[in-house]
Design a protein around this ligand. Sequence first.
Ligand code: TMP
Length: 214
Amino acid sequence: MGGYFITFEGGEGSGKTTQIQMLADHLKSHIQGCDPLLTREPGGTESAESIRQLLVTGRADRWRAATEAMLMSASRHEHVVHVLRPALGAGRIVICDRYNDSTRVYQGVVGGVPNEDIEALNRLACGDLVPDLTILLDMDVEEGLRRAGTRATTESRFESKGTDFHRRVRQAFLDLAEQQSDRFVVIDAARVVHDIAADIVAAVMPRLAARGLS
Ligand code: TMP
């Protein structure tokens, strides 16, 4: 498959949305004709956004972790088939806010769903679609939750799972990044936005150049 698939992962309030936008702006202004697709999970299609609403609103104990994994995977399958694969097939750079590493971490390691079940769901939802590069924005959990808490949104179900849950999420992401270090780049996200953005650009541009995409 052509194109280039970048995913962003990290805890609550780690600044993914801002950094994705800044990366897209950089790509548009430095690569002639570049039109990156920005998308997110859970979500990214009308039907997947409907599933998102079930997942991110309401009480923390609204769903069991296994139910969350199935709903996340259901929304992901729609997104993979209708958005991600067509865009990558057309040679576009795709930047996705979260992907199946979030399911490995939130529902798998932290939620307690066995790894083989998570991987079976990932295979069903994604087939062989693995990111070319995953940027992990890592930062202090309390500060991230504080930042996330200042947003005016009803999408706070995962935030309300508590500090201990999110400490485990942070550690699980760091462990996954170490296990899959060929695909992950870990960025210290507790700094000013322009320094974080510069590190992301420094990670992305040589990889695009190596693929003949810049
Ligand atoms: P967002 O706030 O980054 O848009 O993500 C919504 C929430 O969904 C976030 O708290 C992480 C959670 N999530 C999972 O638990 N598993 C997943 O597979 C995905 C994509 C997100």
